[in-house]
Design a protein around this ligand. Sequence first.
Ligand SMILES: Cc1cc2nc3c(=O)[nH]c(=O)nc-3n(C[C@H](O)[C@H](O)[C@H](O)COP(=O)(O)O)c2cc1C
Length: 158
Amino acid sequence: MSRTLTVYFSPGGNTAKLAKAVAKVSESELFEIKPRDPYTPGDIKWTNPLARCNKEKLGKKDVPIEGTVENFGDFDTVFIGFPIWYYGAPNIISTFVKSYSWEGKKVALFATSGGSDIGRTAEKLLPCFNGNGEIKAAKVFRPSENGEAVRTWVMGIL
Ligand SMILES: Cc1cc2nc3c(=O)[nH]c(=O)nc-3n(C[C@H](O)[C@H](O)[C@H](O)COP(=O)(O)O)c2cc1C
């Protein structure tokens, strides 16, 4: 039987709601990607040039993650959810992807944003998969999109 995993990063909670909907429709196990050093509201205040998020972005820094997904090798399909940061995936998502082996896995990216579309998010993240893993789809969901839109998208990937 094929097994599906949904992982997500969501310091503000928007993506968490979407991730739960994705996990429900896809009957996935759910894993929250949390930084070992949690983000405070000040850390993600991107309008402050000295905020942690800006330093991480500029320094192309890895962001150490709390815990690991057990039995990652057992999953055939992985949905990865995150907020769009600087027109792409946050650094912690690159760190997550680089930490696992993706051979033979189907991958789909989903995101929330303040208005940006998915753009080149998938293309930019691709090198972190080390030549393995196949990104089947990548989509930003608007807050106005309902459960039916999520269901249709998920079913097109499974
Ligand atoms: C550091 C940072 C960078 C962001 N960059 C963008 C961006 O480039 N484009 C955009 O539309 N929204 C951007 N946003 C807004 C978030 O994508 C949006 O608020 C998202 O829904 C937050 O998800 P969350 O509640 O799961 O954290 C950014 C937010 C932060 C904190």
